[in-house]
Design a protein around this ligand. Structure first.
Ligand code: NIG
Ligand code: FE
Length: 454
């Protein structure tokens, strides 16, 4: 345990605290169950939550924990509301280059997959990323992580997949490892070499997947560079049979699974995720009713990505339908240079409530506890309960309901990571950039859970 883990505070004068509860995903109707406490306080001890609840009750209890709490350094929340830190469980944040011209082509009606077929799309980012050094990728990543912190994201998943060759894929994952060492947010890395078919294997998806399974996965495993393996299961990319073949090998090699499923065409990736016991199935814009039922039965997290639907001008996935079917639903950004160059958590809340049939409580569960579950981290973060990491946000709003109501606006005032206030009012607090040569305030614990999330 290093510096920040000794953080102990008594955070008092919290106007309203909202949190889901539990150490696993909340499924179906349970997503609505949010504990709401007025006049709350939090006692943070050694970076973890030692007590969360009503301040008056703690004062009246005169218990040992109450005496300890009142002895700890006080921190006045100023009447702000408080929620768990956000967990963005699906991003592609390590990439070089931009694709803004594609954005405008799409705006004029050119379909996303048409750009892919023409050799643009992901392939453009692959060219730029192959040309980027480890240092370039770390710098680009750091900037994006800072933006995430300002939005209240305290844990983030990041995928490789813009290399599609051994060296560049490993470089993307190593960039995340370096960023993990340097500071918050925690990063959970996913190997997504199966993001597209590189020119070297044009027209040979199975040969490319064999190369990944035989030459790349063992390196990723032996260097402990990723916890998850993901694949773009999509018409014109990797079909159902190829995806099953590859994911079975990844699972046998000890990786947990994720699938980009039924994003553009209804191929059946959702059912495949259920069949293979994937931790999450992501996108699901075209998932059928039967397949959603199979997903609910498997307990696989349905990870919905409304900012991508917004950018691709596709109908939003109905969060309501997935929840009513009994699925645990997570919401995430899908930040990437192509289909979704956005990571606006505020916009996700607004879209979820206005267009996906979700309540504000369900949306909050989806961005906290269920995001953590989509990363196999729900025992450690995603809710404000005794024993969990003290990852939480103070909001400049009287109630967390304003997250959707104040549509598209960032309400995050202060971000606490493992008990340390690291971001406040638009400013980084007490954190040094990796290039400064100083020891970071937040040493990465991420590495210890890359291999074993919980
Ligand atoms: O999740 N669909 C595949 N992957 C990303 C897009 C990647 C890109 O366009 O660069 C997605 O939408
Ligand atoms: Fe994605």
């Amino acid at each position: 345990m290093r510096g920040h883990n000794t953080a102990s505070y008594f955070i008092h004068n919290i106007g309203e605290l909202w949190t889901p509860e539990g150490k696993a995903a909340a499924a179906g109707a349970a997503m609505q169950k949010i504990k709401k406490i007025r006049g709350a306080c939090l006692y943070v001890k050694d970076g973890r939550i030692a007590w969360a609840g009503e301040e008056g009750r703690l004062r009246a209890s005169n218990s040992a924990i109450a005496r300890e709490a009142f002895d700890a350094a006080p921190y006045d929340a100023g009447g702000r509301s408080c929620i768990p830190g956000f967990v963005d469980s699906h991003t592609h944040f390590i990439f070089a280059g931009w694709r803004e011209e594609e954005f405008f082509w799409r705006a004029q009606g050119v379909p996303y997959m048409e750009l892919h077929r023409r050799g643009g799309g992901i392939q453009n980012s692959v060219l730029a990323t192959r040309g980027a050094s480890l240092e370039d990728l770390v710098l680009l990543g750091r900037k994006r992580l800072d933006t995430m912190l300002s939005l209240g994201i305290t844990t983030v998943e990041g995928k490789s997949g813009y290399g599609l060759d051994l060296e560049t894929e490993l470089r993307q994952l190593r960039a995340m490892r370096e960023l993990s060492r340097a500071g918050a947010p925690d990063i959970v890395p996913t190997f997504m070499g199966a993001h597209s078919i590189p020119p070297e294997f044009k027209g040979q998806p199975r040969a490319y997947l064999s190369f990944l399974a035989e030459d790349v996965l063992p390196r990723v495993k032996s260097e402990k560079l990723a916890h998850f393996v993901d694949i773009f299961c999509e018409e014109g990319v990797f079909g159902i049979e190829d995806s099953r073949w590859y994911l079975e090998r990844a699972r046998a090699a000890g990786f947990a699974l994720k699938i980009h499923a039924d994003e553009v065409a209804p191929l059946g990736g959702t059912a495949l995720a259920a069949e293979l016991g994937a931790v999450s199935a992501d996108h699901l814009l075209k998932a059928s009713g039967d397949h959603i039922a199979a997903l609910a039965a498997s307990g696989t997290v349905a990870c919905l990505l409304p900012l991508t639907a917004f950018n691709l001008r596709e109908p939003y996935a109905s969060g309501r339908r997935f929840i009513d079917a009994g699925c645990p639903v997570a919401l995430a950004s899908d930040l990437n240079p192509g289909s979704c160059h956005s990571q606006s958590i505020p916009l996700i809340f607004a879209l979820a409530v206005l267009y996906m049939g979700m309540s504000i409580e369900e949306a909050l569960t989806a961005l906290t506890l269920n995001g953590a579950a989509a990363l196999e981290l729900a025992r450690r973060t995603g809710s404000l309960e005794t024993g969990k990491d003290a990852d939480f946000l103070l909001l400049d709003a009287p109630s967390p309901a304003h997250l959707a109501y104040h549509a598209g606006m960032n309400l995050v005032h202060t971000v606490f990571k493992r008990g340390v206030p690291i971001w406040q009012n638009g400013n980084m607090l007490g954190w040094e950039s990796p290039s400064s040569g100083q020891e970071a305030l937040l040493p990465a614990e991420s590495l210890s859970h890359i291999g074993h999330p919980d």
